[in-house]
Design a protein around this ligand. Structure first.
Ligand code: PXG
Length: 289
């Protein structure tokens, strides 16, 4: 397996970044998780746009154009002969000294790792997931805006640890006011009376690419009313259906929250339709290589 670092391909064992890189020392950098299906990169431009927005927010100037990064991603996929892949793009502040000052970092590091995709067990999709609300609150937008996909994921890791300790795969994170924000690596949706509802991004969530895709499917294909509005866990407990969205998980049904069974405890009918439409999109759209 070959890894791209700053324009050169290295064997996995030789693919190394300096310990003086501020990505390592301070979590100072941004990243994207992208997938390819059937030799097509799904929503490539959307991910690259978000990468550049994240970089802009942390005042990191990426020394490549969007087209150059897209080309490098495709090259990395081809050199590794992957048709279905997980693609990790990382841009860190680069090599500096043992101080916070980003001016000491002269050149950002660009890393592209492509690997086989590790899928969630099929059982989760058929039977649905159990999740719990955790005490770790999602980052304050006025501190580190969750819209930034930064290399500092401690907030989400704390929440993940809480979920694992409770025997769940995913955690529902609230914002500081107690409104449902998102999960550690997924956005959250509920359905009530045929209306699809998801928290608005301003309450402090990552504007997920899968989230946006699902909103489009619901509006255009399923002709559902979609609302982006704040809600509390009570709305999940009493929802007709619930599911999570993310590049890794795609669309995954949730059937139990905080030990409360959602509706009849089975993946919902609308959720199943969304899963079907989403799958179709992943196989028929995307940048071919
Ligand atoms: N919220 C958070 C906090 C995320 O990290 C999402 C929502 C879903 O966004 P997308 O754009 O993927 O629909 C994410 C995405 C990983 C991994 O390896 C994490 C994500 C995506 C892919 C891989 O942990 N997080």
């Amino acid at each position: 397996m070959k890894v791209y670092i700053n324009g050169t391909f290295y064997e996995k064992e030789e693919a190394k970044i300096s310990v003086f890189d501020h990505g390592f020392l301070y979590g100072d950098g941004v990243f994207e998780g992208i997938r390819s299906y059937n030799r097509r990169v799904f929503k490539l431009r959307e991910h690259i746009n978000r990468l550049f927005n994240s970089a802009k927010a942390i005042m990191l100037e990426i020394p490549y154009t969007k087209e150059e990064i897209e080309k490098a991603i495709i090259e990395t996929l081809k050199i590794n002969n992957l048709s279905d892949a997980y693609i990790r793009v990382v841009v860190s502040r680069g090599v500096g000294d043992l101080g916070l000052d980003p001016r000491k970092c002269k050149a950002p590091s660009l890393v592209i790792i492509t690997d086989k995709i590790v899928l969630y067990p099929q059982e989760f999709y058929e039977k649905g997931l159990e999740v719990i609300t955790v005490s770790t609150r999602r980052n304050l937008p006025s501190a580190i805006d969750p819209a930034i996909k930064s290399l500092n994921y401690l907030n989400n890791i704390f929440a993940k640890i809480e979920a694992i300790r409770a025997g769940c795969e995913e955690a529902v994170m609230l914002n500081k006011d107690g409104y449902v924000a998102e999960c550690t690596g997924d956005n959250i949706f509920i359905i009530k009376n045929n209306i699809l509802i998801t928290p608005p991004t301003y309450i402090g969530v990552l504007p997920g690419i899968t989230r946006e895709t699902v909103i489009e499917i619901a509006k255009n294909k399923l002709k559902l009313l979609v609302k982006e509005e704040p809600f509390t866990v009570y709305s999940i407990y009493t929802a007709d259906e619930c599911f999570l969205t993310g590049t890794a998980a795609e669309v995954i049904p949730v059937v139990k929250v905080d030990n409360r069974i959602i509706n009849n405890g089975l993946p919902g009918e609308i959720t199943k339709q969304i899963i079907k439409e989403f799958k179709e999109l992943t196989l028929t759209t995307g940048v071919p290589y």
